[in-house]
Design a protein around this ligand. Structure first.
Ligand SMILES: Cc1cc2nc3c(=O)[nH]c(=O)nc-3n(C[C@H](O)[C@H](O)[C@H](O)COP(=O)(O)OP(=O)(O)OC[C@H]3O[C@@H](n4cnc5c(N)ncnc54)[C@H](O)[C@@H]3O)c2cc1C
Length: 450
């Protein structure tokens, strides 16, 4: 690789457990930082599901920094967040994203999960691009890890050894147990069914063409109720991905997994006798109806130990209500890419993972907490959280609302430099605190550094 800016830098042999969105992202970030990466995935990806995944500017910026071919993800660029009345469908709260790119430098993408995954996989594995291509080994289910030696054992009997092991193995992580975290998870009070509707079929049947809005649209979510419909258009507007939430007592899918048979349409429609008929009609033509398990995990005390760290849902599984799960996995990957690059890594994996733990845990767990609140109160959702003039606006603590400003003003390089300086006892002179500019007044009234 190029000339090393810090003495002691060395290329690592990294094992990534899990080849999902986070695993592919970290493979990109670490290959670009000069390391040899092998990804071990338990499945062969045949059961990947068709559903949308959003990627706000705080995730999109890394895709561009890594020169990922974003067009391969066939995204819809979001122009609005719209919250509609449950019964009439009339807009209640709207957050306009017209100046979003101008303000934050990057767009708010809505990808199809499979397209996004393929886009990231290509970037991780293909010859072109900075660094050496990562290797992918499918049908490798991680069973055990020795966190000090980096020895990993798989279900198929294969054993490997790596300098650094990244656990990107999702919400049911096996790596998490290996670093001593055994979460007390509990099922959410809410259930979720997902359904796909094609715009072509909706239009052919004379239904509303929601794709025209290029918006992430929500029905309900106000007044402490668990009922909510989330519509996200993807595949350039050709596919409408519906997440349909309702109280768990009306249907408990907590123990179901993706990959089972599709559920009947009646299961999807039953909880919604009063829902706006326009969107209800869309649900009547919903296909691939599948439950999405909702388990609540409280924040973990740490996400790194020995030569092993957690990333994405393995380290901070969150409710889907801030649409930040994928972005947080991408940010984790970006952090490792910077911490282990030639400007920052001095060869001490312990120091590097301590900084990773220190910068990622507070930010990801703040989003995790905000996602739990937004489950029953859409006014807590980033964007809507600043629409204070609407009649139903109410939040738990106005000083704690999460905002687009906080998410997108964050400078990860500065945060890493500050934490490394503290550890190394060197001076840090930038006017930033934990990655945010000192003096910045956030919409919740908090002034950074005050
Ligand atoms: C249907 C659906 C829709 C979603 N929509 C959104 C959205 O709109 N916005 C958003 O931000 N987030 C969304 N999310 C959440 C988001 O996808 C996750 O937060 C994000 O994918 C986290 O990435 P990850 O790599 O941590 O986990 P995953 O993408 O789940 O990847 C984990 C991978 O690890 C593999 N694995 C598991 N165990 C092992 C093992 N023992 N050994 C080897 N491999 C293993 C799995 O097979 C999988 O490939 C959605 C999730 C789902 C399921």
């Amino acid at each position: 690789m190029g000339s090393n800016s810090v003495p002691g830098w060395r290329g690592l042999n990294v094992g990534v457990i899990g080849g999902g969105i986070g695993g592919m992202s970290v493979a990109i970030a670490l290959r670009r930082a000069g390391h040899q990466v092998t990804i071990y995935e338990k499945s062969d990806f045949a059961g990947e599901v068709g559903a949308s995944v959003s990627c706000a500017a705080n995730g999109t910026r890394w895709l561009h920094e890594w020169q990922v071919d974003v067009a391969k993800g066939d995204p819809v660029i979001l122009k609005q967040l719209i919250n509609r009345d449950w019964k009439t469908g009339e807009p209640v709260s709207v957050y306009d994203l017209a100046d979003y790119e101008e303000k934050w430098g990057y767009v708010y993408n809505m990808f199809h999960r499979q397209y996004m995954h393929a886009m990231l996989k290509d970037s991780a594995l293909e010859d072109q691009g900075k660094g050496r291509p990562a290797k992918l080994l499918v049908n490798h289910k991680c069973k055990e890890i020795d966190i000090h030696s980096g020895k990993v054992t798989f279900d198929n009997g294969v054993t490997v050894q790596h300098d650094l092991v990244v656990g990107a193995d999702g919400i049911g992580s096996a790596v998490r147990g290996a670093i001593g975290i055994h979460p007390q998870k509990r099922p959410s009070e809410q259930s979720c069914l997902h359904a796909n509707v094609t715009t072509e079929e909706a239009v052919r049947l004379g239904l509303v063409d929601y794709s025209q809005n290029s918006a992430l649209e929500y029905w309900g979510g106000q007044e402490g109720k668990w009922d909510k419909i989330v519509l996200s258009p993807c595949n350039d507007g050709k596919l409408l991905s519906y997440y349909c939430f309702f109280p768990r007592e009306q249907g408990d899918f907590a123990n179901q997994t993706w990959g089972g048979a599709d559920l009947p349409t009646e299961d999807l429609l039953r909880p919604y006798p009063e829902l706006d008929r326009q969107v209800f009609k869309h649900l009547t033509i919903g296909k691939e109806i599948r439950p999405w398990r909702l388990w609540i995990h409280d924040p973990y005390p740490y996400i790194a130990k020995g030569n092993v760290c957690l990333l994405g849902d393995a380290g901070h599984p969150m409710m889907p209500h801030q649409s930040q799960g994928a972005c947080m996995a991408i940010e984790d990957a970006a952090a490792l890419g910077i911490i282990f690059d030639e400007d920052h890594f001095k060869g001490d994996i312990g120091e590097a993972l301590a900084v990773y733990n220190q910068i990622r845990l507070p930010r990801a767990t703040r989003v995790q907490a905000a996602a739990s609140k937004a489950a029953y109160n859409i006014n807590e959702r980033i964007g809507f959280s600043v629409n204070k003039s609407i009649s139903t606006y109410k939040v738990e603590d106005p000083k704690k609302i999460l905002t687009i400003e906080e998410m997108n003003s964050y400078d990860m390089y500065k945060d890493i430099d500050e934490q490394l300086a503290k550890r190394r006892g060197t001076a840090y002179t930038e006017k930033y605190l934990n990655g945010l500019p000192i003096g910045l007044e956030l919409p919740n009234g908090v002034v950074v550094g005050a």
